[in-house]
Ligand binder design. Structure first.
Ligand code: CO
Length: 141
């Protein structure tokens, strides 16, 4: 059921500062534009790697779910990992059958790649916040 590693989510108090780190410290050359996902309370910016992406996320608005994370880790840090699945509803239902808790309402939301995503509670995944996203259609081409 688990597919490709799509991205690693990294929380940061400043996307601009993090972009500078990936560019200047690690030599990243393909870095997207910052954009907001108001419904999820985050600013997002993707750093492209040969085999994956880093998703930089910064709190957007006072109700951002990232605020608590950054209060505990003010400098930012690794927040979640995202794997692709063929069918997000089938994946969610399978996880629920196995006793996992899906965060939020449990209904998929449209994520940063424009496809439905869910988040699995870290208590069910050894302390790792796992995002599952439905494989984008163009990836099949
Ligand atoms: Co993500």
């Amino acid at each position: 059921m688990i597919g490709k590693l799509n991205h690693v989510g990294v929380a940061t108090p400043s996307i601009e500062r993090s972009v500078a780190l990936y560019r200047d410290m690690l030599g990243a050359t393909s870095i997207g534009e910052k954009f907001s996902l108001p419904e999820q309370g985050v600013w997002v910016c993707f750093v492209d790697l040969p085999n994956s992406q880093i998703e930089l996320i910064e709190p957007y608005g006072d109700a951002s779910p990232l605020k608590g994370f950054l209060e505990k880790t003010p400098s930012g840090g690794q927040h979640h990992i995202c794997f692709e699945v063929e069918d997000i509803i089938a994946a969610r239902d399978d996880l629920r059958t196995k006793g996992a808790t899906i965060l939020g309402t449990g209904e998929p939301r449209i994520g940063a790649h424009g496809v439905p995503v869910i988040f699995v509670h870290p208590k069910n995944m050894g302390g790792v916040l796992v995002e599952l996203m439905q494989t984008p259609r163009e990836a099949h081409a």
